[in-house]
Structure formats: C-alpha cells, structure tokens
Design a protein around this ligand. Structure first.
Ligand code: MG
Length: 498
C-alpha cells in the first residue's frame, strides 16, 4: 500500500498532526455533549492554540516533504492520495496568514454562543457584528486563496474539492424548476399529508432511546467502535477508523425527529468505520468530501429510512417501545415519515422542499462573498427568497436568517454539499438497484449487511484516496447528475404519472 520511502517518512511525520486532530475532534465532541456551559471561554482559546500548533507543524515539518513528492513519478494511487490531501492543506495555509487563521478559529468558538443567544431572543442586531466580521474575513480568505471566475469558488473548493460556482449554478438550474413542479403536484394530489396527528404525540425519552438502540442494532451499528449520545443538534464525529460517535436529540414529541437523526448520523458513521483499516492515522482516513459524506447519511435517512419497506421493518420495533404507534398502520406511519409541506426551517424540511432551502442559502452566500449585498440586507433578502421559492414568509429572525449555525462557525460555501449529497444518494440507489435488484426488497428482508458491504466496496473503503469527482465516476460509473434526484422524487412522490 505505502511503499515509497519518502511517503513512509511523510506518514511518520504526519502522526503528530493526526494526534492533534484527534484531540481537537474529541474536544469538539465534548463541547457539544458534556462540557459545562462556562467551559466555552477556555475551550475556545485551547482550540485556537491547537489549530495554530497544527499549522506550524504542517508548514514547517511536513510541507517540505510534501513539496518533494508533488508530481513525483511512480507513486501508486494511495501514495498520490496522501500527497494530494496534504498538498491541498499546505497550499491553503501558506496563503492564509496566521492572524486570520487565529481570529477565525476563535470566532468559530465564540460566535456560535452569541448566535444561540441571538436566536433565542430573536435579535439579529446582536449577531450582526460577528457575522459581518466573519463575512469580511471569508472575503479576504477567498481573495488570498485565489479563484478563476467567482470568489465563491475559493470557498466551495474547501468543502468539496474541485467544486465551482458554475457547477452549483448549473445544478440548481436543473433542480429548482423541477422541484417546484413536483411540489405543486404532490400538494395537489394530497396523498402525502401536510401534517399528521403523530407530530403532536409525546413520547417517553427512555422508550425512544430503546427504539434508537434497536434500530441501530438492526442496521448494524458497530457498538465496539461507536457511541450514541445527546446534543442540541445531531452530528457525527470521527476520532479514527475505530472510534466514531453520533448524537441525536430527544424533544419529547414528534418522534421521527429523533429517529431520523439517528439513521442520518448512522450513515455518516458507517462511512467512517468502513474506511480501509490500513489508512488508520493517515490523511486518507476520512471521507472524500462533505458532499460524498452527506450522500451516505441521506441514503440511509431518506432513501432507506423513509421508504415504505423500511417502515414495515420498523413498525415492530416502534410498537414494542412506543405504545401509541400500535394504533397506526404501516401506511399511516409511512405518511407521517413523509409529510410534505413548504416550511420555514431547513432541518425540518421534507425531501421534496429541502433543496430549495439550500438554493436560497447558496444565492445569499455568493452575493455576500462577491460584496453584492451587505449583512444588514440579509433578513429581508431571506424573506423575499422564501416567498419566491416556497410561498411562505418568516415572521421572525429565528424562523429566517438566524436559523442555521453554519455562518456562526464561518462555514460559508458548505451548504451546497447538502444538495450534492441528496443527488448522489438518489444516484447511488439507481446504481445499486441496477446491480443488486430492488433496494426495497433488500430492506424488507433486512439484508442491511448486503447494503453495507456494497457501500463499503464502492465508496467507504477508499477514504480520501480519490478526489470526489473521480470517486463518483469510479463508484457510480458516471459523474453526478441531478436528473437522478428528480426521477427519485417523481417515482416516490407522484401517484399519477404524466
Ligand atoms: Mg449530515
């Protein structure tokens, strides 16, 4: 696997950088799960200091070796992957001065705290100075990194290697009108409800925890390599190939929110634990990109989790722990899982409308970065776009511009990867079915082992060896194509054809 002497030397030197990343990830996980509230100040300084230490180690000890290997002949795919991943980081950090990196790292810890308070109090003015500074810094970062066509390109590339504004624009110009068309017909047909009585039924937390554990057992969650904890916003953190942690939330009502968060994060965790063991502690032990990662979580959450067949295998588990579900048929539960309605909050959005929320954020971000709009214009612009895309208008900042954490952690250019994930999940289903037969049949027979193995073989085991575009072609036989997602929506959500 790794044979080149210089690459082996590089990987040995990389070990300390990996260890710092391991510590930072654990600190990040702790911040969202068990850290007492007042720990935030010291934690944010500690995180920023560690990020500077990593930077110095990368630029001083590792960069010279990477530089000798860039363009070297005779490297195998794995070795080239190592060099590619590290060279991207070296090039990026060489262009961003330490002062900007430090300020951004500190803001990533502080601004979310302010954002949370601002959202609670519905006070945009409180968050505005932080967001203005973050946007200013991100504009500088884009200029420092450089781009060919649009400053947003520089930010997109960080989350999704090779992604450009023109690609995102093309993706949405196919998706947006098609989604609006499907949405209108789904609403007209009325089979999928706009609301469901199960949304307002309360559950006991212990009962829901038992459901979640049993669902994870059924899907094949590797408990010796993972944990399930609780956080305000569900997430997955990977500390290594053998230590992957997921979280969910328990709000006490509308149980699908807790359940589908678990299934979503299971998809992320499965990717991380199915990376080739031999990549342990190397730069390859990570997903190929955020978009590819999200395709895995969306595949399990939506394509599998919200299917009729999955509802069938889920029902006995639900009935065992949540008494009230016994009063509802599989079809009723299926409808509850697949409520379709234009809504204000992205994280609650259904499969049909979800990508319209992303399109809105994409438009606002690219205008912000190009200096075409000001931070103070955002609330009104947000509302106008909601009206235009979904025909509804937020009545508060928390239902509008203040709803997402992303801008407070300076994650500008991140949102489009969610839509990439949705498209690739649908595309993966089509490919899997062409090779293995109907996914619904595998689900009904609980052959989750077969599905896990297919994903491992095609996607997971490769880690970051190939850039995302190349991995997609290798795994799915062709580049990403939004048409798969539109066809998926039409075949699932439209009852009458034509
Ligand atoms: Mg996700």
């Amino acid at each position: 696997m790794f044979e080149n002497k210089l690459v082996i030397e590089l990987l040995e030197k990389y070990r300390v950088l990996w260890a710092l990343g391991h510590a930072s990830s654990l600190m990040g996980w702790d911040s969202e799960t068990y850290m007492p509230r007042d720990g935030v100040e010291e934690r944010s300084v500690a995180s920023a200091e560690l990020s500077l230490l990593s930077r110095r180690i990368l630029l001083e000890n590792i960069a010279p070796l990477v530089e000798r290997l860039v363009g070297a002949e005779g490297l195998n795919d794995f070795e080239r992957g190592v060099v590619r991943v590290l060279w991207r980081e070296v090039e990026r950090l060489r262009r961003i001065p330490e002062s900007i990196q430090y300020e951004l790292a500190k803001l990533r810890s502080e601004a979310p705290v302010v954002w949370r308070e601002a959202r609670e109090r519905d006070d945009f003015e409180k968050f505005k100075p932080y967001l203005s500074r973050i946007v200013e810094l991100e504009r500088q970062v884009a200029e420092l990194l450089g781009y060919e066509e649009h400053p947003y390109d520089a930010l997109l590339d960080y989350y999704e290697e090779g992604l450009r504004d023109r690609d995102v624009k093309a993706m949405f110009s196919t998706l947006t009108p098609a989604i609006k068309r499907v949405l209108e017909r789904v609403m007209g047909e009325g089979y999928y409800p706009r609301e469901h009585v199960l949304e307002s039924i309360s559950y006991r937390r212990e009962a829901m925890e038992a459901v979640n554990r049993e669902v994870l057992d059924m899907l094949g969650f590797p408990w010796s390599k993972g944990r399930l904890d609780v956080s305000a916003h569900p997430f997955t953190v990977s500390l290594g190939v053998s230590d992957v942690r997921i979280t969910t939330r328990y709000e006490g009502v509308d149980f699908r929110r807790s359940l589908f968060a678990v299934i979503h994060e299971f998809g992320h965790a499965l990717y991380d634990v199915q990376v080739d063991e031999r990549f342990k502690m190397t730069p390859l032990a990570r997903g190929a990109s955020l978009g590819i990662h999200e395709s895995q979580s969306r595949f399990w959450e939506n394509v599998i989790g919200r299917s009729f067949e999955f509802t069938e295998v889920l029902k006995p588990i639900l009935d065992k722990h949540l008494n009230f579900t016994r009063d509802y048929s599989v079809e009723e539960l299926y409808k509850y899982f697949n409520i379709v309605r234009p809504s204000l909050i992205r994280v609650d959005a259904d499969e049909v409308t979800y990508n319209l929320h992303i399109y809105l954020r994409y438009e606002l971000e690219r205008m912000l970065i190009a200096n075409e709009v000001k931070v103070s214009d955002l609330p009104e612009l947000w509302n106008e776009y909601m009206d235009k895309l979904l025909g509804i208008r937020p009545r508060s900042f928390k239902e509008g511009v203040l709803q997402d954490i992303h801008w407070s952690i300076a994650a500008i250019g991140y949102f489009p990867t969610y839509t990439i994930g949705n498209i690739l999940a649908a595309q993966l289903k089509a490919r899997l079915e062409a090779e293995l037969g109907r996914l619904g049949d595998l689900v009904r027979e609980r052959r989750f082992d077969v599905i896990r193995e297919y994903l491992r073989e095609r996607v997971h085991r490769w880690g970051a060896v190939y850039p995302p575009r190349e991995l997609v072609i290798r795994a799915l036989g062709e580049p990403m194509n939004p048409t798969f997602f539109i066809e998926y929506l039409e075949s699932k959500y439209l009852r009458s054809q034509g």
